[in-house]
Design a protein around this ligand. Structure first.
Ligand code: IDP
Length: 149
């Protein structure tokens, strides 16, 4: 099975009407959407999602921000999608993210950097199962794959 990653348009991206722009970039690259939903993240889910940052001074802000409004959670599939998505997102701090990347094109500050994407196969697996039930993910094949692979 092709690699899968967890991608989330954060509350700032949803408020700024960037869902369509971000989905379009992943579609045009050739990746395949296998699950998506607009949702309100609970504090419990936010704390689980950001567990690795629990000891950081900005943990409270992180949880406040990700629960401040709806997010658009997605699972994308394709060859090397975990690393490719990180490249498409750009560096964590939008001020260091290259133009052409999502954070480079749409972000200004590290706290409101528009998008989250899993940083490894382990975190992809963990985050997908935190946000999605197995039956919410759809496996299917597309004819266009013959022109991509
Ligand atoms: P990533 O989102 O690029 O994987 P991480 O280091 O995992 O970056 O940090 C998670 C999120 O925490 C970032 O996307 C960013 O919004 C936020 N963050 C990271 N560093 C800081 C900081 O120094 N101050 C405030 N927020 C931060």
């Amino acid at each position: 099975m092709a690699e899968r990653t967890f991608i989330m348009v954060k509350p700032d991206g949803v408020q700024r009407n960037l869902i369509g722009e971000i989905v379009a970039r992943f579609e045009k690259k050739g990746f395949q959407l296998v699950g998506a939903k607009l949702m309100q993240v609970s504090r419990e889910l936010a704390e689980q999602h950001y567990a690795e940052h629990k000891e950081r001074p900005f943990f409270g802000e992180l949880v406040d921000f990700i629960t401040s409004g709806p997010v658009f959670a997605m699972v994308w599939e394709g060859e090397n999608v975990i690393a490719a998505a990180r490249q498409m997102m750009g560096k964590t701090n939008p001020q260091e993210a290259a133009p052409g990347t999502i954070r480079g094109d749409f972000g200004l500050t590290v706290g409101k950097n528009v998008i989250h994407g899993s940083d490894s196969p382990q975190s992809a697996k963990r985050e997908i199962s935190l946000f999605f039930k197995e039956e919410e993910l759809v496996s299917y094949s597309k004819q266009i794959n013959a022109w991509l692979y």
